[in-house]
Structure formats: structure tokens, C-alpha cells
Design a protein around this ligand. Structure first.
Ligand code: ADP
Length: 242
């Protein structure tokens, strides 16, 4: 039997400008259901802007986005946006306990906690901290809470913007393990922006390399270093482009 690849996203002729300057220009991009797509590229290439479009926080100036087969019109209803969770590099947690921070998303959605909060606290090694004030945590602990806030919702799409930037090895490894586990479960589509090229390749099914708002190449993660073709990709991963 041939299994059919379902696309969570299909982008077609997407253009985004800020102050008249072209920031994104994507002719075509499909992101498959259940895959982990890493996006790498230099600072200012447009990676975060692409994540904001995928989160439907901003609309493209031109082009079409299809989400699970349906064309998207802006503004996008909250109900649809709630299937998508974003984890940012810098986190703002509520001045409440770790547990309340993690449970918050369920509460606003009116979803009953049937043990999801406990399960996710356990998975992210936050059990011992659950009654601590979230604002008093270290950077690594806070980032684990942020990931827990996203995972407790069991989102269809998980958008990760530099989720392990500036973290110590313990917290970075823990977060990587969780991302890996979510990917293996296959029920969420994951898009990861990371400056850590080794991590981006290690965790992904495919890697998109972005330069100047364009996808220069889209390469299978397995064997990436032997498969990419663009000379700018080599320059970027060898540290010649900031
Ligand atoms: P990356 O995530 O790859 O570093 P970004 O998507 O953050 O790149 O930014 C791409 C370009 O768009 C940068 O030149 C940035 O300065 C510009 N930019 C991003 N957001 C805005 C905005 N809201 N208004 C104006 N320019 C922006």
C-alpha cells in the first residue's frame, strides 16, 4: 500500500514586505503532516517571519497558504490558530506557579485536565518545581515550562524558534529529547528554527535553508552534509556567514 503524504501547510507564491522591502519570497513550500522541518539560515534571512506566517499571526502580502487542505483567509479564527503552538526563544511566564503556568492553556480553552498537566510536568522533569513561582526559575527551567505550556495542548503544529538558544547542556539535551519524542509520536507537525546546525539536522526529517527570504534548498536531513548543493549553505554551516 502506498501511504499518502498529507500536507499540513502548502505555501504558494508567498511574499512578505516590511516598509517596502521584500523579506520573504517563497514560490512553493509543503510541510508534511507529522514531519519535523528544520529551517536554517543567517540572521535576518526571514526565518522568524516565516514562523509568524505559519502561526497566522501575520498575513502574507501576496500568495496563498493552505492549511490541512483549506485555503487560509486572514484574520484566521482563534479556533484554528489554537491548533498551533509556538515556543519562542525568550519566554514570558505568568507570576504564578509552574503548575498554573502549564495548566493555563487548558483553562482558557475550557479543556478539562485529565492528567495532561501531571504527565507533561513529569516529561519535562518539572515535578519538583511545580509549586515554585515561574518567574524565579533559571533560563533553562523557564524554557522547559514554556515547552510544557505548548505540549500540554497536544497541538497539531509545534513551531519552535530557537528553543535551546543560550541553554546549558542539561536543559538543551532535555528539550531536544522531548522534541525527538514528539516527532517520533508523529501526531504533531514540527517546524524548528535553529542556529545550531548540528541540532537542526539531527532532529529533522528535512532541512530548509533560507537566504534573503528565499528557500535556497530543501534537503533530506539524513545525509544532509553530503546532499546539499548550494555553495552558500556550505559557507553558512562553516561559519563564514553570520
Ligand atoms: P531571522 O529570523 O532569519 O533572523 P527575521 O524574520 O527576524 O529573520 O527578519 C527578516 C528581516 O525582516 C530582517 O531584516 C528584519 O529586520 C526584518 N523585520 C522583521 N520583522 C519586522 C517588522 N515587524 N518590521 C520591519 N522589519 C522587520
Amino acid at each position: 500500500m502506498v501511504s499518502k503524504v498529507i500536507d499540513t501547510y502548502r505555501l504558494h507564491n508567498i511574499r512578505k514586505r516590511y516598509n517596502g522591502r521584500s523579506i520573504l519570497d517563497i514560490a512553493q513550500l509543503e510541510i508534511h503532516q507529522g514531519e519535523l522541518l528544520s529551517i536554517i539560515g543567517p540572521n535576518g534571512a526571514g526565518k522568524s517571519t516565516l514562523l509568524r506566517l505559519l502561526h497566522f499571526l501575520e498575513s502574507p502580502d501576496e500568495g496563498e497558504i493552505h492549511y490541512t487542505g483549506r485555503k487560509i483567509y486572514f484574520p484566521v479564527p482563534l479556533e484554528l490558530r489554537r491548533n498551533i503552538s509556538m515556543v519562542f526563544q525568550r519566554t514570558v511566564l505568568f507570576n504564578r506557579s509552574v503548575r498554573e503556568n502549564v495548566a493555563f492553556g487548558l483553562k482558557v480553552r475550557g479543556v478539562e485536565d485529565r492528567g495532561q498537566v501531571d504527565a507533561v510536568l513529569e516529561r519535562l522533569d518539572l515535578r519538583e518545581l511545580e509549586h515554585d513561582n515561574a518567574r524565579a526559575l533559571s533560563g533553562g527551567e523557564a524554557q522547559r515550562v514554556t515547552l510544557a505550556q505548548a505540549l500540554v495542548l497536544d497541538p497539531d503544529v509545534l513551531l519552535l524558534d530557537e528553543p535551546t538558544a543560550n541553554l546549558d547542556p542539561y536543559n538543551a539535551a532535555l528539550i531536544e529529547d522531548i522534541i525527538q519524542a514528539v516527532r517520533e509520536r508523529g501526531t504533531s507537525t514540527i517546524v524548528l528554527v535553529s542556529h545550531n546546525v548540528a541540532q537542526a539536522i539531527r532532529l529533522a526529517d528535512r532541512v530548509a535553508v533560507v537566504f534573503d527570504g528565499k528557500i535556497a534548498e530543501l534537503v533530506e536531513a539524513q545525509g544532509f552534509l553530503d546532499k546539499y548543493k548550494d555553495s552558500r549553505t556550505r559557507a553558512y554551516i562553516e561559519g563564514e556567514i553570520p
